[in-house]
Design a binder for this molecule. Structure first.
Ligand SMILES: Cc1ncc(COP(=O)(O)O)c(C=O)c1O
Length: 402
C-alpha cells in the first residue's frame, strides 16, 4: 500500500484569506434557496455507516451521497445552475433571490433577458449539469469534452439538448477552446467550474452553488449527531468543490473548525504538489493526466479556491487509482448492517483514502497526526454515483481496474 498514497501536512504561509467571504453562510443560504425553488429539488442522503466506523476504529462515518442529485448522479449541477441564475440576475439588474425557478422560466423573464449561449468544457459531470440547467431554463449550451472521455458521458449531455463534442485536447486545453468560442459568440457566456486570473466571478458563483451540498450535509450531520464533524474528507480536481466545501465549513465553524483533508488523483495532484512545494504558490500538472478518476483529472488549480485551501486545509493527499477502487468496492459491499452507497471513480476517493489511512501501517503517522481515532466523527463526500455504469460494473462487479 505504501506507494498508493502520498500526503503533505499543510504548513503553507497563510494569506489574508480574502476569498473566504465568497463562501459565507448568508451567500450559501441564497444558493440553497435558489435550488430549493426547483420542483426537482430534494436533499441528497447523508448515509451513516456505523459498522464501517467500528471496523476502521472511528467514532462515526457519514457519506454525503450525491448520486441522488436532481436525477443526474453527481453534485455538479448545483454550480452550473446557480451561476446561470446569478448571471441572468446581474444582466437584468436583479438580486438572485428575486429569480427563483418559476420566474426564471417565465415569459416576462424571456422578454427581459432573451437567450444566451453558455459554453463550457467538461469531463462529463459539469457539462451535464450545465446542459440540464440550460434545458430547464430555456437557454443554449455548447459543451467540449477532452480526449479520453467516454461516449456514455457524451450521450448523457446530448440527451439534454446541448451541442457536445470530444476534442483531441486535454481538459485544460478544452477550457481554453471553450473560452475562446464564448468570447467570439454574440451573447456567449463562459460558464466554467474553475477560476483563473481575470475570470473569477462566474466560478465564485459556481462554488456558492456547491455550497448547497455542504449546507445540507452540515444540517443532516447535526440532526443525527447533535454535534459537528471533527474531520471532513473531500476530493479535488481543480479544487472548486474543495474550496467551496471547506470555505463554507470554515465560515460556519469559525471558532472550532474540523480538520479538512483534500484528496486528489495522483496523475493530476496539482494541489498536493503546491502544498509540498511549500511557498504558497500554486503548481500546474500538465500532460495526459491519466486516471480513472475522470472528474479529478485537472492539473490547474482554481485560483480562488487555492487561496481558501492554503489557509484552511489540514492535509493534502495524492491517491493512486487503487485507492478509489478500494473506496468504490467497500462502499458497494459494506459490512452487514450498513447500507451500500453507489460511488463512482471520482466519488469514492475520499472514502478510499480514509479507509487506507485507517488500515495501512504506512499511514500510522498520518492517522495519528490527524487525530483519526475512536473519537473522530468523519464526514466524507461522495460526489457521484455510477456516472459511467459500464466502468463502474467492470470495477465493482468484474474485479477489473478500469
Ligand atoms: C464527481 C466529481 N467529483 C469531484 C470533482 C472535482 O471538482 P473540482 O474540479 O471542483 O475540484 C468533479 C469535477 O468534475 C466531479 O465530476
Amino acid at each position: 500500500m505504501e506507494q498508493e498514497m502520498k500526503w503533505a501536512i499543510n504548513h503553507l504561509p497563510p494569506s489574508e484569506d480574502s476569498k473566504l467571504p465568497i463562501m459565507s453562510v448568508p451567500e450559501v443560504q441564497k444558493a440553497r434557496a435558489f435550488h430549493k425553488s426547483f420542483p426537482q429539488y430534494t436533499e441528497t442522503p447523508l448515509t451513516k455507516l456505523p459498522c464501517m466506523a467500528d471496523y476502521l476504529g472511528l467514532g462515526s462515518v457519514y457519506i454525503k451521497d450525491e448520486s441522488y442529485r436532481f436525477g443526474l448522479n453527481a453534485f455538479k449541477v448545483l454550480g452550473g445552475s446557480y451561476s446561470m441564475a446569478r448571471y441572468i440576475a446581474k444582466e437584468t439588474g436583479r438580486d438572485v433571490s428575486a429569480l427563483p425557478y418559476d420566474i426564471l422560466i417565465s415569459e416576462a423573464l424571456r422578454r427581459d433577458f432573451g437567450q444566451a449561449t453558455f459554453f463550457t468544457a467538461t469531463d462529463g459531470n459539469h457539462g451535464r449539469g450545465v446542459a440540464w440547467a440550460a434545458q430547464k431554463l430555456g437557454q443554449k449550451a455548447i459543451v467540449h469534452m477532452p480526449k479520453g472521455t467516454t461516449q456514455t458521458r457524451l450521450e448523457n449531455i446530448r440527451k439534454l439538448g446541448a451541442s457536445v463534442d470530444i476534442l483531441d485536447l486535454n481538459y485544460d486545453d478544452c477550457v481554453r477552446q471553450a473560452a475562446k468560442e464564448a468570447a467570439e459568440t454574440p451573447h456567449g457566456v463562459m460558464v466554467q467550474d474553475t477560476a483563473w486570473d481575470g475570470y473569477e466571478e462566474i466560478p465564485s458563483w459556481i462554488m456558492q452553488g456547491y455550497g448547497t451540498m455542504a449546507m445540507e450535509a452540515g444540517e443532516q450531520f447535526r440532526q443525527q449527531e447533535r454535534s459537528h464533524p471533527t474531520h471532513i474528507f473531500v476530493q479535488a480536481g481543480v479544487g472548486s468543490l474543495a474550496g467551496a466545501v471547506i470555505g463554507y465549513f470554515a465560515n460556519l465553524y469559525h471558532d472550532k473548525p474540523p480538520k479538512f483533508i483534500v484528496v486528489e488523483a495522483s496523475a493530476a495532484d496539482c494541489l498536493y504538489q503546491s502544498a509540498a512545494a511549500g511557498d504558497g504558490k500554486p503548481r500546474i500538472v500538465g500532460g495526459e493526466l491519466k486516471t480513472i478518476m475522470a472528474g479529478l483529472a485537472c492539473g490547474e488549480p482554481n485560483t480562488i479556491s487555492w487561496d481558501i485551501l492554503k489557509n484552511h486545509v489540514t492535509a493534502f493527499v495524492s491517491a493512486e487509482d487503487a485507492v478509489t477502487i478500494r473506496g468504490m468496492r467497500m462502499l458497494a459491499a459494506p459490512l452487514k448492517g450498513d447500507p451500500p452507497v453507489v460511488s463512482g471513480e471520482s466519488g469514492a476517493v475520499p472514502f478510499g483514502a480514509l479507509a487506507t489511512i485507517m488500515t495501512s501501517d504506512a499511514c500510522r503517522e498520518l492517522r495519528d497526526s490527524l487525530g483519526l481515532n475512536a473519537n473522530a466523527q468523519v464526514l466524507v463526500f461522495s460526489t457521484e454515483g455510477d456516472t459511467d455504469p459500464d466502468r463502474y460494473q467492470n470495477i465493482v462487479w468484474k474485479g477489473l481496474t478500469k
